[in-house]
Ligand binder design. Sequence first.
Ligand SMILES: Nc1nc2c(c(=O)[nH]1)N[C@H]1C(S)=C(S)[C@@H](COP(=O)(O)OP(=O)(O)OC[C@H]3O[C@@H](n4cnc5c(=O)[nH]c(N)nc54)[C@H](O)[C@@H]3O)O[C@H]1N2
Ligand SMILES: Nc1nc2c(c(=O)[nH]1)N[C@H]1C(S)=C(S)[C@@H](COP(=O)(O)OP(=O)(O)OC[C@H]3O[C@@H](n4cnc5c(=O)[nH]c(N)nc54)[C@H](O)[C@@H]3O)O[C@H]1N2
Ligand code: SF4
Ligand SMILES: [Mo]
Length: 679
Amino acid sequence: MSSFIDSPNGIFPSVCSLDCPDQCGLLLHKKDGRITKVEGDPDHPVTKGFICNKVRNMTERIYDEKRLKYPMKRIGSKGEGKFVRISWEEAIDTITTHWKELLKSDGPESILPYSFYGNMGKLVAESMDRRFFHRLGASQLDRSICNSAGSEGYKYTMGGSYGIDPEETIHTKLFIFWGVNAVSTNMHQATLAQQARKQHDAKIVVIDVHKNKTARLADWFIPILPGTDTALALGLMHVLFAEGMVDASFLEQFTVGHEELREHVLQYDPVTVSNLTGVPVEDIIKLARMYGKTSPAFIRIGNGPQHHDNGGMFVRTVACLPALTGQWLVKGGGAIKGNSAYLSYDTNKLQRPDLLKNKKTRVVNMNLLGEALVSLDDPPVKSLYVYGSNPAVVAPAANKVQRGLERDDLFTVVHDLFLTETAKYADLVLPATSSFENTDFYTSYWHHYIHLQQPVIEPFEESKSNMEVFRLLAKGMGFSEEAFDERDEELIAQSLEKPMNPYMKKINYVALTKHQYLKADVKFPERLPTPSGKIELYSEKMKQDGYPPLPTYVPLIKDSDHPFQFIAAPNHNFLNSTFANQKKHVKLEKEPVVVMNGKDAEKLNVVDGEQVRVWNEQGECVLKASVGDTVLPGVAVTQGLWGAEDDTKHLVNKLTPDRISDMGGGATFFSGRVSIERL
Ligand SMILES: Nc1nc2c(c(=O)[nH]1)N[C@H]1C(S)=C(S)[C@@H](COP(=O)(O)OP(=O)(O)OC[C@H]3O[C@@H](n4cnc5c(=O)[nH]c(N)nc54)[C@H](O)[C@@H]3O)O[C@H]1N2
Ligand SMILES: Nc1nc2c(c(=O)[nH]1)N[C@H]1C(S)=C(S)[C@@H](COP(=O)(O)OP(=O)(O)OC[C@H]3O[C@@H](n4cnc5c(=O)[nH]c(N)nc54)[C@H](O)[C@@H]3O)O[C@H]1N2
Ligand code: SF4
Ligand SMILES: [Mo]
């Protein structure tokens, strides 16, 4: 079989590698060995040829002049961004020599890997790297920055990441987008909702703290005060029980604890809930009736409300709603928080935890990177190896992270496609290939397809994939295990070989080379992996783990008297900090704003369009005020993880707390408070 790389011209199948639920099928147009156009694959059953603007402009990024071409070492001070070219031999030798010394002086746990899903490929993101750091005995990283609070909450109710097939939502009659800006962050779910609206008058409801792009296309936008969604969900339950809109036979057959829940939600009457949430009493009742009487009704559970102190409990709670009305049995009814359980594969084959040899190495929560770097725990982190992530911009408490990265005794290596804000603090930077240059496989956390990526273009200049770099590092460290010689294709084959997952029985590497993408044979599980096998409205496990066993509203931690709850969410044209360094994407996004209510602006004498100082004890940002009625009073929303190429005035994470959420070690990006004043 000739590889795609060998053909200089043609159109080749691919998949979007970004951390986005849609995981679009792509077609790469290639001319004279270069990709000239990235478009959606019209044959892809879910994404159907439509892709976002970000990735339609991907060639800008792949062939950007600023892309890293070769390894470099730092010659200026940390953060200054002055580097000179070195060879790969020198780079690998410098790193491994340094690490061998650290193994002797401070032990392997003084080395900390830091990575996330800048590329969702299962190989580049979580295989050879894990093998390497397991063998090294390095500190482990708890990768909890994204959805871990919500995933844990969902698991208490549902046992795992089981939702419905999004393709079935074409039948849905009521869509509730709850804290998800789907138009920007899950565009094909928004498209499906609009199609259902066109075909059978489906209604779209958005519950959010901000009238975002998704709220603008909704039939009904319900603004809510940040961090109070659990109370709203409990209020809906109150009305559903009180007005007899629950499905008694479903509750009896498939849930535990519905009698306890019925009693428990008596306290969450509409008046009480309205006072907590800012949602009018009549709207609470109207929404409950709409939800109780429309079938199929579908809830898309977003990431927004789970980036709060009480985020795990919110997801645990909202996940109970479809059970109350029996919607899980209706085609197009139910919910999606995530769907990764259907596409699970043998991660041990990829990651080889056996190489740890049962050592219990320290685990560092990635949300506490700043703390880990400045606190000098025992043993202190003496070396940081960053790949597939840009913590100087994306991690909370950015000023603390920066202080850590500035430490002269910290040996930092960054492997990326660009000289990111984080890379500027590195001692060594290494150039990474893009996903179009790699072999890999991808599983969506929303739809039910698994994709193969075969390399379409040669590696850019001297760049190497994460896989290759960890193989070189293993060699440099003198690790002789076969695990470090295995080829990419072998790893894919191994991880799909003997699926414990019943939905993936027909999917293996060979099948993928023939079809590029395949759908798992999914059926909503009859017995859920909760302790009872049923949907747990009451959870004994939660009680054992120190949580209330029934869904319970716990207010946000009020960490200061600053008047605004500060919500620093993602934007439309970037993907986290990716694309924030691309001219085209920045131009589309214009400039970062902070959205505030007219009443607040009036009190502060702030007029629409002027620059304001947004600050708290941690630091300050300068943003353009956008004044109106798209947020409730007391709420300030900004969108986009703007980079800090020239200046850090837009770096919103300087203001976000590094408290840990109620579950899963999750981040609390949206639970911080700020003051705003005229500049
Ligand atoms: N264009 C684009 N797409 C992306 C990303 C991106 O950066 N840009 N990032 C990707 C990643 S990694 C992820 S995790 C997903 C995230 O995508 P989503 O699941 O959409 O999550 P967020 O965008 O973080 O937040 C969603 C909404 O929650 C709202 N929100 C904040 N606090 C609350 C609250 O207390 N209650 C309610 N009801 N709403 C609240 C915010 O205003 C926001 O509109 O998107 C992925 N897709
Ligand atoms: N204030 C605030 N902060 C947030 C969020 C928020 O909503 N608000 N969202 C949070 C969430 S949900 C997430 S998921 C995180 C995401 O945070 P990150 O995972 O750090 O995401 P990106 O900023 O996209 O950075 C990914 C980096 O990986 C690089 N990269 C891409 N492919 C490869 C590869 O194959 N190899 C290597 N070595 N590098 C590669 C890219 O060039 C880019 O620099 O941000 C979190 N931070
Ligand atoms: S970022 Fe999301 S919507 Fe855009 S191409 Fe990738 S998977 Fe599709
Ligand atoms: Mo995320």
